[in-house]
Every structure is written in structure tokens, then in C-alpha cells.
Design a protein. Structure first.
Length: 319
């Protein structure tokens, strides 16, 4: 293999693809990045058997070929090269020369034949969403995924598509987060994407309305975002029947400004931290309960401890 490519394009590609590489694996190839040079492009892939990230950049390919290079070492070298272009060349013994300007590095690679085949979704169901919308929906639900493997299916976010409405749901046994939006699709499907995958997807999504494409198969999902593809397995198992946990009716409805409510919650949390720290120094247990009482336009909160009750009040703000 012998290629010439732009250094900055290579740095960006390696930095993003590297997040799909396995940190530690019994298979050495999984700790590396697959590079495949064909035509006028260089394909890069990182994969840990559960999630993979791939991309393609422009390159002058003088000799096609493929090789696997240790991700961390290769990434560190590329970021420190001085020139604007990078030359990569490897021989039959997998010795790889990395050259830019007057700087050269030689590292050992691994045969691309040892790299596992990336899964594909050739017959999957497709869906296209604006990147900013998908980013917002993931951010407002991802925080509620379970952090333990007691029920692995709850370590992901459930996607539900039905009658032109896309709903994202996350639960961890204590919290439930749900966001829904109308989309242009007549498909009906339901699947759970691992939280780890969505964390990496968030880093690739932009705040613009450029499209992001999803292709969902029986066992895997592929998300195409701005020149990158994220391939991930789907989680199996029975998701919590969360609809039963959502009250169908209410006796009281309160409408407040979003920012006012956020500020009020931050002040309440700060009060909790201050009091728990002070009481903790004299051996107090943590607060037993927190209550909120509403009277006309005044909200009063009570924090009960074994030493008594702290009461604070504030005015409701109209939306």
C-alpha cells in the first residue's frame, strides 16, 4: 500500500474512528484501525464487535492495499506530524512508513485478514431525520439509561416509530425520560440502541438541520452522519412497560417558564448539598424526604432531616 493524503483530513478521521476501537481485546486487530486504500480514497474503520465507526477520505492511491495499525500509536503520530500532507506506505511484512515533511516514523502493522468483518444492514428499514432534531432527542433521554447490567436492555434507549411519530424512551428503574416528534415515515418499528453507541453518535451530530440517515435491521443499526457511519448491535430483551408508569390523568396542572423552573431546581439542589454537608459533619443521616407545597402563586419547599425541617419559598413565574 502506498498513498498520499491531507494531514488534517486524516487527523479528523482517525480521531473519530478511534472511538470505535476496543480498549483491550484478546484479538490484537481490534485494538487497531483498519485502513483500506482503493481508487481515489482511503477507508478507515474502528470496531469492538459491538459498535464500529467508519469513514472515507480522499487520497492519492499509488498502490492499493490494506493494513491494520495500532489506533493509539497511529493517532499520536499523525497529530504530531509537521507537514500538510502525509504519505503512508507498507510492505509485505507489514512494516509501515509514515512520512510528513522531514519527519518519518516506521511502525509494525497487522494483516487486514485478521480484522473481523463489519456487519451490514442491507435489507433494513430506513429513516431520515435532521441532525439537530436527532441530537436534541438523544440528549433529552440518554441521561436516564441504566448504568448497571442488571437488565441489559435498559442500558439503551428504545426507539418507537408508529403512525408518523418517533418516540425515544429511557428508564433506569428510578427515572423515565421520553421525547417524541412527528416524522415523515409510514413505517412501524421498535428497537433499543445501546447508550454507549448513542454517546458516540452525539459527538458526530451537528446543530444544523443536515440529514442523518438510519437503517435498522434485525440485529444491527447503521447511522450515517456527515460522512461517517456508526454500526451498532441492537439490545435484546423486554423493555419496561413504561406507559403503565405514566399517570393517565391529573388533579393539578401547573404551567411555568422553562428557565424559571430550571433555576429553581438548581437552587433547591444547592440547598440540599449545603445542608447535607453541614449536617454530615455532625453525624446526621441524609434527608428523609423533600416536599413541595403550592398556594396560589407561591411554592414552598420543605427539607426534612432528623434534626428538623428547613422551609424555603419562592414565587411561581408565568410561562
Amino acid at each position: 500500500m502506498h498513498i498520499l493524503c491531507d494531514k488534517q483530513a486524516l487527523i479528523d478521521a482517525v480521531g473519530n474512528v478511534q472511538r470505535g476501537v476496543s480498549g483491550k481485546s484478546t484479538l490484537p486487530a481490534l485494538e487497531g484501525i483498519l485502513l483500506r486504500a482503493t481508487g481515489n480514497s482511503l477507508f478507515l474503520a474502528g470496531y469492538d464487535l459491538e459498535m464500529g465507526i467508519t469513514t472515507t477520505i480522499e487520497a492519492q492511491v499509488n498502490e492499493p492495499g490494506e493494513i491494520v495499525l495500532t489506533a493509539r500509536l497511529f493517532g499520536d503520530i499523525v497529530r504530531r506530524l509537521p507537514g500538510e500532507d502525509v504519505t503512508l506506505s507498507s510492505d509485505d511484512k507489514y512494516n509501515t512508513l509514515i512520512r510528513s515533511g522531514m519527519t518519518e516514523f516506521t511502525i509494525m502493522g497487522i494483516s487486514a485478514g485478521e480484522y473481523p468483518e463489519l456487519p451490514s444492514v442491507s435489507d433494513g428499514v430506513g429513516l431520515t431525520l435532521p441532525q439537530n432534531l436527532l441530537r436534541s432527542m438523544i440528549r433529552q433521554t440518554l441521561f436516564a439509561v441504566a448504568q448497571t447490567d442488571a437488565r441489559p436492555v435498559h442500558t439503551g434507549v428504545q426507539f418507537e416509530l408508529e403512525e408518523g411519530v418517533l418516540r425515544l424512551v429511557a428508564v433506569d428503574g428510578t427515572r423515565l425520560a421520553m421525547r417524541k416528534e412527528e416524522v415523515k415515515s409510514g413505517e412501524t418499528m421498535q428497537f433499543v440502541v445501546p447508550g454507549k453507541t448513542l454517546s458516540e453518535v452525539l459527538k458526530l451530530l451537528s446543530d444544523e438541520d443536515t440529514p442523518a440517515a438510519l437503517a435498522v435491521g434485525r440485529r444491527h443499526i447503521v447511522l450515517e452522519i456527515g460522512g461517517y457511519a456508526v454500526i451498532s448491535r441492537l439490545l435484546d430483551g423486554e423493555f419496561l412497560p413504561y406507559r403503565k408508569a405514566i399517570p393517565q390523568g391529573s388533579t393539578t396542572t401547573i404551567k411555568v417558564g422553562t428557565r424559571s423552573l430550571m433555576d429553581a431546581v438548581e437552587r433547591a439542589v444547592h440547598t440540599l448539598h449545603v445542608l447535607s454537608s453541614a449536617l454530615g459533619r455532625i453525624g446526621s443521616r441524609f434527608f428523609l424526604c423533600v416536599t413541595v407545597r403550592f398556594s396560589e402563586r407561591i411554592a414552598a419547599r420543605s427539607l426534612f432531616t432528623e434534626y428538623g425541617e428547613y422551609v424555603g419559598a419562592g414565587a411561581l413565574t408565568a410561562a
